[in-house]
Design a protein around this ligand. Sequence first.
Ligand code: DGL
Length: 292
Amino acid sequence: RSTRKESSAASDVYKRQDILYLCLYFIERQRHCIMIYDNRPIGVFDSGVGGISVLRELTSIMPNENYIYFGDSLNAPYGTRPLDEVRELTFHTAGHLIGMGCKCLVIACNTATTAAVRALRARYEGVPVIGIEPALKPAVLHKPHGRVLVLATAVTLHEEKFHRLMARYENDADIFTLACPGIVEFVERGIIEGEELIEYLKQLLRNYIDNPPDAVVLGCTHYPFVRKAIDSVLGGHAEIFDGGNGTARETGHQLKLHDLCASPDSLGNVTILNSKPEMIPISEWLLKLPIE
Ligand code: DGL
């Protein structure tokens, strides 16, 4: 008899445990249903109008978010400045955006990322800081043991951060680098096509015209605006990559991870600021260009 009693006590314990598990299961499900939304803006910035190429990817995958874009055209180009000057300018802009209530920062500039991403993360602990780097991985994967040409600013190419990235892939491809002073200035002037630009690119890419690489990495956020011109100078033979889409996807991932997503039914808006306010119309025009 005592055995029967024991087994019925044991089955009571099991029942209570089942109910407990069921409750925990429903609490967990509720927790997933009650999402906390955060409609504060995302701060996106660059040395000038180049970061608009990243902003276009951000607004295309997360149109419900609010954005404040800051271009520092007054101090562009960053890519030929000493590293500590770039770091100082980057900190100044980041502080400005945080002061405006941004919930996260997207450094839409390879040069500024190189100079300051680590220091900014340490300075603004708890605020996601997303940087951009040359999209070397997809370019190397495009054709095993192919030839990959990385175009970027002198600062990006000369710093340790890029050397470490290159070291990861140097056994998988022949990687060439080329600093491109001048392209930023064309884009800042709103010139993304035409004879003057083509002549400049022909001169810049002269060693690659007869022997084009398999892939080109646009390692500066200004360059996607002249993608077509670069493609035509290289005869359409190279596959062209940039880091804008990957950076936008990483931003989305970080927002989810930190419970910072805007509500899905929010309309989302973009505010464009520039240290040289006359650059705002060019920025708005670049933002509206279709993504190819
Ligand atoms: N757009 C920037 C980048 O991605 C830098 C351009 C510059 O100011 O030199 O590197």
